[in-house]
Design a protein around this ligand. Structure first.
Ligand SMILES: [Zn+2]
Length: 469
């Protein structure tokens, strides 16, 4: 048992996929030529006035409700002042001490019960523009120039801040996965890490196990995958423990995680929390969410992923339930089972094979997939894989694949096996002399002879028996 306990808190930014930006009517989305989706408001021309996007406010409230937050009766937009080229107003409109949503929680189911993570707040703000560093690496170091694309400037963002309730990398990863799935299911954002529509920073500190002090924390930024996040957190925990055990002190700093280099080089050192000189934005009125709107939004939230994992874990293993739900596959699984497939078998196919095809679950005809799943053991592996890869095609039917039967019958296989052994007496002799590796040679020959239609498990068994005979 370690003498140290890690303390982890998360800050997550999610870009909402509203039609327009947060405070102006510019289209919100990717893909435009740089600086074409802009206007006097999001370019900060003097005198241009922002108006809050009602849809974005509602979506933030909806997420807050899904995270069990209290919805403020009055929420205020503040100016967060700092200078950076991606911020034309020299302030970001954000929320400070009167956020839309606060004091919530998200329960992350695990095999050993829930890990409940407190949600400090979920508030609305606008995204900054995108700095494009002109360099081979795309990173700021070694760049010869930096260009600014203001299309992203003003995109609605929800910032979610957690309490420091997590204590290991794996739980942090699972929290992030569950949060992502929640956001996607509520249809608020595509939350794609690679595209930056979901981004997160991780605060990490360590303390002696059993203590409740909060020591200096470091911040890990710019992680673009859950696995990198978990890896970065583990590495940072180990580093801080090393520093303390060697008698040093951990400095408050921001670490830029670069997965290409197995280390986290420091970006900049923060002496104290920066003073952003927050003050209420005089151009924006406070938001007073009407009770009936809040209740309508609450009514639009279906059964959330965490609850579904627990429900499905009654039928399947916890692991399978978790993979299905966080992979967005559990509804398809339920449909496939309803269409007659065996639950465990359907889960195996979906979690292990279907997920790798990248096919959208919504494109699949569950009844046809169910036929395929039910016949898996009787269809040659290659045919099954081919069929599975086509389940997303319009008009896909399983029938042609179901006709291709595995050659699994000993009566069919034995003559083939005997013929191959007779044709390769030298190898057969060597196998009997102890060269076990030659089994693969014979199995391969049989598979070839049967056009890949034999069940490799049965072939293995029969070949072994025949060679020993
Ligand atoms: Zn604009």
């Amino acid at each position: 048992m370690s003498n140290w306990e890690a303390v982890i808190g998360l800050e997550i930014h999610v870009q909402l996929k509203t039609r327009t930006k947060m405070f102006c009517r510019c289209p919100n989305g990717f893909g435009g030529e740089p600086n074409t989706q802009t206007c006097p408001v999001c370019l900060a021309f003097p005198g241009a006035l922002p108006v809050a996007n009602r849809r974005a406010v509602e979506e933030c409230i909806k997420l807050g409700l899904a995270l069990d937050c209290e919805i403020a009766e009055r929420a205020v937009f503040h100016r967060k002042n700092y200078f950076y080229p991606d911020l034309p107003k020299a302030y970001q409109i954000s929320q400070y001490d009167e956020p839309l949503c606060a004091r919530g929680k998200l329960a992350v189911p695990t095999e050993n019960g829930d890990i409940t993570v407190g949600i400090t707040r979920a508030h609305l703000e606008e995204d900054a523009a995108k700095n494009v560093h002109v360099a081979a690496s795309g990173r700021i170091h070694g760049a010869t120039a930096t260009l600014v694309d203001f299309n992203r400037g003003g995109t609605p963002l929800v910032e979610i801040v957690t309490e420091p309730d997590l204590h290991d990398a794996e739980s942090a990863k699972r929290f992030l996965q569950l949060l992502r799935q929640t956001v996607v299911e509520l249809d608020l954002s595509d939350a794609e890490l690679e595209k930056g529509s979901m981004r997160f920073d991780v605060n990490v500190s360590v303390r002696p196990a059993g203590s409740d002090e909060l020591r200096t924390r470091t911040e890990l930024k710019n992680m673009n995958s859950f696995n990198f996040a978990a890896k970065g957190i583990e590495r940072e925990i180990a580093r801080q423990i090393r520093v303390y055990e060697q008698g040093g002190i951990v400095e408050q700093e921001t670490l830029h995680f670069d997965p290409a280099h197995e280390e986290s080089p420091p970006m900049r050192s923060k002496e104290e929390a920066q003073d952003y000189r927050y003050f209420p934005d005089p151009d924006l009125v406070p938001v007073h969410p009407p009770v009936d709107v809040v209740e309508r939004l609450r009514g639009e939230i279906g059964e959330l992923p965490g609850a579904r994992i627990k429900r499905i874990a009654d039928t399947l293993s916890f692991y399978d339930a978790d993979v299905l739900v966080t992979g967005g596959l559990d509804r398809l699984w339920a449909d496939v089972v309803a269409a007659g497939a065996e639950p465990k078998e359907a889960a195996n196919v979906l979690a292990n094979q279907f997920v790798a095809t990248g096919i959208a679950p919504s494109a699949v005809n569950a009844a046809e997939l169910a036929k395929l799943v039910s016949a898996r053991a009787e269809i040659p592996r290659a045919a099954f894989d081919e069929a599975l890869a086509k389940t997303g095609d319009a008009g896909f039917t399983a029938a042609p694949y179901l006709e291709q039967k595995v050659v699994g019958d000993a009566a069919e296989l034995d003559p083939i096996i005997e013929r191959i052994i007779d044709a390769n007496p030298g190898q057969a002799e060597q196998f009997r002399g102890g060269k076990q590796g030659l089994l693969g040679f014979f199995v391969g020959q049989v598979m070839k002879e049967t056009g890949g239609k034999a069940d490799p498990r049965v072939v293995n068994e029969r070949v072994r028996e025949k060679l020993r005979a």
